[in-house]
Design a protein around this ligand. Structure first.
Ligand code: G3I
Length: 384
């Protein structure tokens, strides 16, 4: 049997002809030409177009972090999102410094753009993020707060934002990175210093009251593998569940280093699903030391595959989100100089082997009966 690739190329443009491309890519097309079977294999980007249908067939969302500016101006960027993903997370624009830059003055332009884009394209939205020690506006970070006033400010912010997007944002990272970078101690952030450790439960109650249907997450990094920080977050979350605090999910950020992707991610996730929570891979990337070689990218393909496979192993893992659309938009080169190439599309918007790795993982047989998209299991005893 002769195999040939379809002609044509690097286009990753908008959704025109999406149905045709999808159909072409669903499987190798077998043509009969004068009695000879010819398998026409899908182009990598066409293969990537299978991702939304594949993700949905497993009952999970495959998401991507988006920035407002390229979403607005860059047709190819938009096309990559529309063609390959089923949910979006706002990479920055829903953070406190952007949403409430001055006290009492909300800027909805960025969040609205993301939520409207998602609605226009049938994508889910993960809200990111309410309480975080980074990207706070100066009035908040530098304020001279007592507990009563800060508590009121938090309640108002959470309530205002969540009520505005009620019914349009399915899950929120309400608490982001509550543990110290190296763990296992609770992070001494503004909230902890002024309100004490119970700031977490109180904020979750505010969030639940504002949108009772949203899945409320605690989102953390460095918990993807066994260790003191993973245990500390587990103890924190298990304590909240035991008290009946409305927490519904744990986000495993998953900012991985090539060659060091943990092999016990599924095991760590299961600890939470055993509590009745859902879990998500919320900020996936796999950074590679420069100069990046073809071999690195082949290995990275397997690493992306393995992360998707870990999620599929765990009933209750509902979302895998990659942290940026292309390597040109990734936070990695700025924050980790000397590393690069962390995402499934390169700086020229071309698909990398990592994209095929995700397709492979999602193409496997024996699909689990995962929760339907939007299903939000509640922990036992959570407030109604
Ligand atoms: O706000 C300025 C803007 O005024 C200026 O014009 C622009 C010029 O470059 O920079 C803007 O700030 C950038 C900001 O993102 C945009 O809101 C910062 O330089 C940049 O460092 C900042 O980085 C973001 C980072 O969070 C901040 O901590 C990354 O894009 C974003 O990917 C990253 O995301 C976090 C998650 O929210 C939580 N988990 C960790 C993850 C990586 O740090």
């Amino acid at each position: 049997m002769a195999a040939q690739r379809t002609a044509g190329g690097g286009g990753t443009g908008p959704v025109n002809g999406k149905g045709v491309l999808l159909a072409a890519a669903l499987c190798a097309v077998i043509l009969t030409v004068t009695g000879v079977l010819v398998a026409v294999l899908p182009e990598p980007e066409q293969e990537g177009h299978r991702l939304p249908a594949l993700a949905r067939s497993h009952g999970i969302d495959l998401g991507v972090a988006v920035a407002v500016d390229p979403l607005d101006r860059d047709r190819r960027y938009r096309g990559l999102v529309e063609d390959h993903y089923t949910s979006v997370t706002a990479e920055n624009t829903m953070k406190w410094e952007h949403v409430q830059p001055e006290r009492g003055e909300y800027d909805w332009s960025g969040p609205d753009a993301v939520v409207d884009f998602a609605a226009d394209n049938g994508l889910g939205v993960r809200g990111h993020t309410m309480l975080w020690h980074n990207q706070q506006p100066a009035w908040l970070a530098e304020g001279d707060w007592d507990a009563e006033e800060l508590s009121a400010v938090v309640h108002e912010h959470v309530t205002t934002v969540m009520e505005r997007y009620r019914g349009r944002i399915g899950a929120w990272d309400v608490i982001n990175e509550p543990l110290e970078d190296g763990g296992p101690q609770m992070r001494r952030n503004l909230w902890y210093e002024v309100l004490g450790p119970d700031y977490i439960a109180r904020t979750l109650y505010s969030a639940h009251a504002a949108d009772p249907d949203a899945a409320l997450y605690i989102n953390e990094f460095g918990i993807e593998s066994a260790g003191p920080k993973a245990d500390a977050l587990y103890d924190l979350v298990a304590g909240l569940v035991e008290r009946g605090v409305p927490v519904h999910g744990v986000g495993f950020q998953s900012h991985f280093v090539h060659g060091n992707v943990p092999d016990d991610l599924a095991e760590q996730m299961r600890r939470y699903t055993d509590l009745g929570l859902e879990v998500a891979v919320s900020e996936l990337d796999v950074r590679v030391d420069a100069p990046v070689t073809d071999e690195d990218l082949r290995e990275q393909r397997q690493e992306y595959h393995d992360v998707l496979a870990a999620c599929l192993e765990v009933e209750g893992c509902v979302n895998v989100t990659v942290w940026g659309v292309t390597d040109a938009h990734s936070w990695i080169p700025e924050w980790f100089p000397g590393t690069d190439a962390a995402l499934p599309f390169d700086t020229a918007y071309r698909p990398k082997p990592a994209l095929s790795g995700m397709v492979d993982a999602l193409s496997r047989r024996g699909r689990r009966p995962g929760p339907a998209r939007g299903a939000r299991p509640r922990p036992p005893g959570a407030a109604p």
